[in-house]
Design a protein around this ligand. Structure first.
Ligand code: CTP
Length: 398
């Protein structure tokens, strides 16, 4: 259908990038990127009118997106050559042909196009040996300046390598290393690095991805004080297991911050401040990290020795998701994990039936701190004994 819209406008239309790559790999991909040789925005307007769907235009980049009702989306771009005023900055855009458009892309595997116009529907455009690289499982840049033009591709190379179990080709690896050593990653905004890191963490095996980032010395250009050790790897793996264990307990969960907790553990305040500013990490995150770090060793001991819930509660209270996964990262055996999971379930489900008012009205206790203390004692007692009679316990306490 989109091809015939191209016919109507006398403009060649291609599906490009990840969609074509995944087509050849036999992987489902619902992200469709179209490139139009001509005016992409006009084409998008025409298509959105014909299909009756919502459209958003990005004039500056000559792109537009169509949004379908079921969340499905198509991005439409004008074939373009990008040129870079300065390395590591967002590119300037010029109208161009499909070949040049594909040449500016990150890797050969992402640089194929399939034509959609009716006469040539389904014709593959593979100018740079993309299919061969796909068959040989190789990640290869299209030209020497690729990483300098966009250093986030350094992280993308690792992501695709890990996702498809491919290998970064030797010369590409050399260029990658040179770009790294030239500190080009440091020239990119923290926001763009963070986006790529988040994508690595969303992959099937994020620990493998992070390990590879460390192996290639990429990680130290992102987090200079992080040393990826076997202990850290173990912790990350434990944490991964815990995401599943905790899925019914926490609805609000930030997996990226959970990973950061381990990667930034034991950072000094100054280094933490630098990371915080560069990657837009909230101060709240840093405060929580520091708070947890101090309590970590005692809590782990308490869990391992199966100390009662009320004692654990006195140290960590009701932890947020990232704190809970941080603790889980230190638990190697299933029984300890289960015990901590039980603790969390208990702590979030325990509610007192009696209210503080009763202490005021019936027992004539007026001081709020004192009321708070008594209520907390009953809560703690109930954590260990879920079936207590609260009223009786209250009388006993008074
Ligand atoms: N691209 C690029 N350089 C980048 C980012 C993207 O050349 N730094 C190009 C690639 O050709 C890529 C396309 O833009 O195929 C779309 O990018 P993106 O959606 O990020 O990646 P996909 O290849 O679709 O991968 P994924 O399956 O992870 O969505």
């Amino acid at each position: 259908l989109l091809g015939t819209y191209g016919d109507d406008n006398k403009t060649p239309v291609y599906v490009v990038g990840g969609f074509v790559r995944d087509l050849f790999l036999g992987i489902k991909n619902f992200d469709i990127d179209l490139v139009v040789e001509g005016n992409g925005i006009e084409f998008a307007r025409y298509a959105s009118k014909q299909l009756g769907v919502k459209m958003v235009e990005h004039e500056k980049f000559l792109t537009a997106s169509l949004f379908f009702k079921d969340g499905f989306r198509i991005d439409i771009a004008t074939a373009r050559t990008e040129y870079y005023d300065k390395p590591a900055e967002l590119p300037k855009v010029d109208v161009s042909t499909i070949k040049k458009d594909l040449y500016r892309r990150d890797f050969t595997i992402n640089a194929m196009a399939i034509k959609l116009n009716s006469g040539e529907f389904g014709t593959l455009y593979d100018f740079f040996g993309s299919r061969k690289d796909l068959e040989n499982k190789i990640i290869r840049v299209l030209h020497k300046l690729s990483f300098i033009e966009d250093p986030t591709r350094i992280i993308r190379a690792v992501r695709f390598e890990q996702r498809f179990d491919f290998k970064i080709e030797d010369e590409t690896l050399e260029i990658l290393k040179e770009t790294l050593e030239g500190n080009y990653l440091e020239k990119v905004t923290g926001q763009r690095i963070r986006q790529e890191l988040e994508k690595i963490i969303k992959e099937k095996d994020p620990v493998k991805g992070i390990k590879r980032l460390a192996e290639l010395k990429i990680l130290m250009h992102i987090f200079p004080k992080t040393y990826f050790t076997t202990t850290m790897e173990k912790k990350l793996k434990n944490m991964l297991v815990s995401f599943d264990l905790l899925k019914n307990i926490y609805t609000k969960r930030n997996i990226f911050y959970a990973f950061l907790r381990i990667l930034l553990e034991f950072y000094d305040m100054e280094s933490l401040k630098n990371v915080e500013e560069r990657y837009g990490i909230p101060k709240k995150f840093v405060d929580e990290l520091k708070k947890t770090e101090r309590r970590l060793i005692p809590v782990i001991e308490m869990i391992k020795t199966r100390i009662k819930f009320s004692d654990i509660y006195k140290v960590i209270g009701k932890p947020i998701f990232e704190t809970a996964t941080h603790i889980m990262a230190y638990l190697d055996d299933n029984n300890s994990r289960e015990y901590f999971k039980k603790y969390l379930e208990r702590v979030f489900s325990t509610k007192l039936n009696i209210k503080g008012n009763i202490l005021k009205d019936k027992f004539n206790i007026k001081s709020s701190p004192e009321i708070g203390k008594i209520m907390n004692s009953i809560f703690c007692y109930k954590l260990d004994n879920p079936n207590i009679n609260e009223m009786e316990k209250l009388k006993e306490l008074l």
